[in-house]
Unconditional design. Structure first.
Length: 153
């Protein structure tokens, strides 16, 4: 199952169906990876299932494999960053979000994610810098936040 199909299925399924099917999806992806160990989409899809199941270590391992195979696969850095963030490892999350920004500097949402990781780390100055970048790129939430704080972008 490709990632787009996985997302469509996920949002159409109820909680019980998701829970029952995640194990099967992991099994199917694992089998597909055995047949084609360079298939970044399948590693990415399995990583997404792991992330949504709260199995952050396996999600990180799959996203890392995607990056090893295709270092330009931006979403793998983003979702690995989400996985690190969920584990509370803000430094590694920041590293991955920084990789996304380097590969795609116009991705306002990633500045917001990185800014949130900076907040959790206690680095308010860097968080504000990222909020300003996100606002300049048109992110509504960042613009509202900065307005409420009386800051200009």
């Amino acid at each position: 199952m490709g990632f787009r199909e996985l997302i469509r299925w996920f949002f159409k399924s109820d909680k019980n169906t998701k829970s029952q099917a995640f194990d099967q999806l992991i099994t199917d992806c694992t089998q597909a990876i055995k047949q084609n160990p360079k298939d970044v989409e399948t590693y990415f899809s399995r990583g997404w299932v792991y992330l949504n199941e709260g199995d952050y270590d396996n999600a990180i391992a799959d996203y890392t494999k995607v990056i090893e195979i295709d270092p330009g696969y931006v979403k793998a850095y983003l979702y690995r960053g989400h996985s690190y963030s969920a584990k509370g490892d803000n430094d590694l999350a920041i590293d991955d979000y920084t990789s996304v920004v380097e590969l795609n500097p116009n991705d306002a949402e990633t500045y917001v994610y990185r800014g949130s990781a900076y907040i959790r780390k206690g680095d308010g100055k860097s968080s504000i810098s990222d909020a300003i970048m996100a606002a300049r790129l048109g992110h509504d939430g960042a613009q509202r936040f900065l307005q409420e704080e009386g800051l200009r972008w």
